[in-house]
Design a binder for this molecule. Structure first.
Ligand SMILES: Cc1cc2nc3c(=O)[nH]c(=O)nc-3n(C[C@H](O)[C@H](O)[C@H](O)COP(=O)(O)OP(=O)(O)OC[C@H]3O[C@@H](n4cnc5c(N)ncnc54)[C@H](O)[C@@H]3O)c2cc1C
Length: 408
């Protein structure tokens, strides 16, 4: 793999205006200078999220689903940190559940854990039911919006709320943020600083290794009250408890009847459009043996077990159109390339599906179903906890009511 073939810039976004302090913009604007630089980056990321399949399986084997139930809301709780692998299609929620059950746990004993896995399927099923929903307000327009940017001090992790600032710094460093803190951040941005959810959701998606348009955009909407009937708010006391901090006297150190504030706190008033630039790798595919079918992999399907024993062509398809619309960070791109190394003889094609099909006419393409795909060939289903409870459900609990009897 060599240096960049494509460079994508978010239209209309001026990075210097977005990041006056320079540090973050430097991080997101860096391009892949050399193969060595990419390898170095992959090694750094592996200290947090290994891309090697053996390490991923070890992480699945280490799940403690009982302790999970009582600690998962704490930043140091027994969460799995498996979302980067589930979202990238390396493993499925079904795979995780089966692995845990094989270790002798009974489903009723680990209901909370199964329920959390089901949240992922709930969001995916909604997206499957109508691909447009991730970009529209599912139930109501978000109330109280005053702008479509982000608070600058959130982007710069300078809100003064220690738990939030630390989590954003760690997000930039590791590509991960604990679920509870994601809720705190989204609430601060949408409900306290009154940003519309869409641009901030795009910013978080860009930085997360587990970036997933359904879980991300629907969760932002859930917090902002456009996919729920109430806005989610948490005060300093709540953040102190779950993030193990002891801050007092902050603008969030108020009682719930004072939240959200009547006016936006000073520290959150200045807004910005974050620069979400990215660089795509060059195509490494030169030839294709057209006597064999071709498996298509992408940002949402990096399953190393898929037709493992078959001698098929394997292509990691990186479509500029998708990444222009939904950019990902340099770390996420490195993560994808690292995970792709688990797939034997995979080649990269950077271009649209139509260009690939034109370049290799008559090829039989096989791919897994996904709402973003516009491919032609044989589509195969993705794996879910259950195959019969599908479609749109108006709330998680409506979905869980049907799913629970199938699993417990
Ligand atoms: C504002 C916001 C944005 C989010 N964006 C994303 C995103 O882009 N991608 C993403 O995968 N998740 C997203 N989530 C959901 C959730 O935060 C992550 O899935 C979870 O934090 C991943 O960490 P984990 O693997 O340690 O989870 P664990 O608690 O160990 O849970 C195990 C698995 O269950 C699933 N899961 C657990 N909780 C949720 C949840 N609330 N919603 C959906 N699935 C869940 C995930 O696949 C997770 O890997 C978002 C949540 C919020 C509030």
């Amino acid at each position: 793999m060599r240096s960049s073939g494509y460079r994508l810039d978010t239209p209309g976004v001026d990075s210097s205006a977005a990041y006056p302090l320079g540090m973050v913009v430097q991080e997101v604007n860096q391009t892949y200078a050399t193969y060595a630089a990419i390898s170095q980056y992959i090694m750094t990321m592996q200290t947090h999220f290994s891309t090697q399949i053996q390490a991923i399986i070890e992480r699945v084997d280490a799940i403690d689903p009982v302790t999970y139930a009582s600690t998962r809301n704490y930043v140091d709780g027994a969460v799995t940190r498996l979302s980067p692998y589930i979202s990238r299609g390396v493993i499925s929620t079904r795979f995780v559940l089966d692995s845990v059950l094989r270790r002798g746990y009974q489903p009723v004993q680990i209901e909370k854990f199964i329920q959390e896995l089901a949240w992922r399927d709930f969001f995916q099923r909604i997206w499957q039911s109508d691909a447009r929903l991730v970009n529209t307000e599912v139930k109501h327009p978000q109330k109280g919006v005053t702008h479509h940017e982000m608070p600058l001090n959130v982007v710069l992790h300078q809100t003064g709320i220690v738990a939030i600032d630390k989590a954003i710094r760690e997000l930039y460093e590791t590509g991960y943020m604990h679920n509870h803190v994601r809720m705190y951040v989204a609430s601060m941005v949408c409900n306290v600083a009154r940003s519309h959810w869409k641009l901030p959701a795009r910013w978080l998606y860009y930085h997360l290794l587990d970036g997933d348009l359904a879980s991300n955009n629907f969760s932002w909407q859930w917090v902002a009250g456009s996919f729920s009937n109430k806005k989610y708010v948490a005060n300093q006391e709540n953040m102190n408890k779950f993030c193990r901090t002891r801050q007092q006297g902050t603008f969030m150190d108020v009682s719930y009847d004072q939240l959200p504030h009547d006016t936006v706190p000073e520290v959150l008033r200045e807004t910005t459009l974050p620069a979400l630039n990215m660089t795509l790798p060059e195509t490494t595919l030169e030839a294709l043996d057209q006597s064999k079918p071709t498996l298509l992999y992408n940002w949402y399907n990096l399953d190393p077990y898929w037709y493992r024993k078959e001698e098929y062509n394997r292509i990691l398809l990186i479509e500029p159109g998708i990444f222009q619309k939904y950019p990902i960070s340099k770390s996420s791109m490195s993560f994808m390339l690292g995970l792709a190394k688990n797939i034997p003889d995979i080649k990269i094609f950077t271009g649209e599906f139509a260009e690939l099909a034109t370049q290799f006419p008559g090829t039989h393409f096989i791919y897994k179903e996904h709402p973003l795909n516009r491919y032609q060939g044989s589509e195969e289903p993705r794996e879910f906890l259950n195959d019969t409870v599908t479609g749109y459900h108006k709330s998680f609990f409506a979905f869980w009511k049907k799913l629970r009897p199938e699993l417990l």
